[in-house]
Design a protein around this ligand. Sequence first.
Ligand code: BGC
Length: 365
Amino acid sequence: MHLPSSSRPRIAWAAATGAVLALTLTACGQDGGGGGDDAPLIGVILPDSASSDRWETADRKYLEAAFEAAGVDYDIQNAQGSREDFQTIADQMLTKGADVLVTVNLDSGTGKTVIEKAKSQGVATIDYDRLTEDGGADYYVSFDNEKVGVLQGEGLVSCLEGVANPLVAELNGSPTDNNATLFKAGYDSVLQPLYDAGTFTKGPDEWVPDWDNAQGGTLFEQMLTDTGTEVDGVLAANDGLAHAVITVLERNNLNGTVPVTGQDATIQGLQNILTGDQCMTVYKAIEQEANAAADLAVALANGEKPETDATVTDPVSGAEVASVLLEPVAITIENIQTVVDDGFADPAELCAGEYAALCTEHGIG
Ligand code: BGC
């Protein structure tokens, strides 16, 4: 990680002109930005690169583009799942004079420690994607996460059409991620009434610590054993967990017959939809999320107090957090093209090799 040793003075900054921007853009690295010496510095801490492909393939890319366009300095680091590194990175960013910290917490406890440290130094904070419970961040930028779960629940129900009294296994996200709780509230709002009515049967229901995909696979293997391989459908909370489930199903010759949900519209998730092994994913336009966070961060660095359309109630402190909440979209084999048209999935990557014929068959490209 490249962190300059000298600390930077915090200076009020006016937006760079297009001309300045054009001149400086070429000189920017990850730790750079186009704003010159007195441009604000925005620090971003991503959580890991294992729980979902999104953080390194989408969030980093779109955040970089937004900061470059705004002509600010930025430093985007990834804690790689380490709570200790998360805090060390935050300390280093504060030492070198970050004006705003944008963080995706690994759990609310460590997230809160960082936010409080930033606040005590007059540094503005934005919860990116995950709300830090009782954290007190200035802003929260995410999607309507309960809606994400509703789309997953509805997607599974539609993929199970025609199956009499299906037994559903639920593989939830991390118990320390507020989003995972919201996703579950969403899909259970669809599934619980069906369990209650006896139309569906509730099977095993487990949380996956830190969204660890490998652990998700192990948990699902156990679920399959416990039910005598009688699972008819799997509510997997994201594409990474879905892939772990599909790998286990493959070993049991059940892939393609047991529908599995997902989230993030990763290349792997979309390819699993192409092959028929995954029934749906949820597309979250991360470019919009990154742009919203960057806009807020730049305004905060300029000493402004930006207005937002929404607020979210912190489930622990009860505080109303000013928020930007974006709309998720359900993706099935019918509308994968949406994700390509939006520039989110590269058709060359999606339709490479063995997937080429499937893309052609489904008119994707
Ligand atoms: C994000 C998901 C992601 C998961 C695992 C959640 O907080 O909203 O998009 O798949 O974390 O990284």
